[in-house]
Design a protein around this ligand. Structure first.
Ligand SMILES: O=C1O[C@H](COP(=O)(O)O)[C@@H](O)[C@H](O)[C@H]1O
Length: 238
């Protein structure tokens, strides 16, 4: 049961007492949305984030018996590292989501070996173009710096990444604070999703979110809230 519910025009705040409770609730919402999409158009398209936060949510979602063979899973963003790296978002998804019932899902990765990340982004862009857009569900994360997807505040060409009218699906990212180059879905594809969830945990992220929605310099997460066609569902636990 949600501990608190706060609403604004840009987001709904779903606060939980604990992280496991949040994981189960978020998994239930996502499974419900995918089931609805499968009933309506025969397939469900899900984009998930990486990092440290989603493991419990992935485990809960993987156990829900929906028609996973009709679900396509891809990533919101990826570090430019192979799946064997502990930094790989694909590796996290393989170990935690593509298990149990969800083993039957099709996974479309973003990382491909390439000399130049721009080539990897261009070939991802072409490959992902054949998916059944728009996304039915996107689950975003957020860093304490207000980045979401790989929209880092110090990214080169942030305006291109955050262009809501971009035709690109996947873009390369270079940001000093990111650790390594990244591949990310464009803002345009994220905000077009049927259900947009933001999964954040801890007091530092609550503070970061509160400051991102307060008047002041626009953090990348704010660009998503501003461009989304429907309120973003924020799932938070301490
Ligand atoms: O680098 C990334 O960070 C964000 C947030 O990660 P977390 O470890 O603070 O949960 C994540 O959403 C993104 O997918 C990832 O590439």
């Amino acid at each position: 049961m949600a501990r608190e519910q706060l609403n604004s025009t840009a987001y709904n705040w779903n606060g939980f007492a604990g992280r496991q409770e949040l994981a189960v609730a978020l998994a239930g919402h996502v499974a419900g949305r995918l089931t609805k999409a499968i009933a309506e158009r025969g397939t469900g398209l899900l984009a998930v984030s990486g990092g440290t936060t989603p493991a419990k949510f992935f485990a809960a979602l993987s156990a829900i018996p929906i028609a996973w063979d009709k679900v396509i899973v891809t990533l919101v963003d990826e570090r430019f590292v192979p799946a064997s790296s502990p930094r790989s978002n694909a590796g996290l998804v393989a170990a935690n989501l593509l298990q149990n019932a969800a083993k039957a899902a099709q996974f479309v990765p973003l990382y491909h070996e390439a000399i130049d990340i721009r080539d990897a982004a261009a070939s991802d862009d072409a490959a992902l173009r054949s998916l059944p857009w728009p996304l039915d569900v996107v689950v975003l994360g957020m860093g304490p710096d207000g980045h979401t997807a790989s929209f880092f505040p110090d990214a080169d060409d942030l305006a291109t990444l955050l262009d809501p009218s971009s035709d690109r699906i996947v873009l390369p990212v270079h940001a000093a604070s990111a650790g390594e180059p990244r591949l990310t879905l464009s803002l345009a594809r994220i905000v077009d999703a049927g259900f947009i969830a933001l999964h954040i945990e801890g007091e530092d992220k609550r503070t970061a979110f509160d400051s991102a929605v307060a008047p002041g310099p626009r953090k990348p997460i704010r660009a998503v809230l501003d461009a989304a066609l429907k309120p973003v569902e924020v799932f938070w636990a301490p």
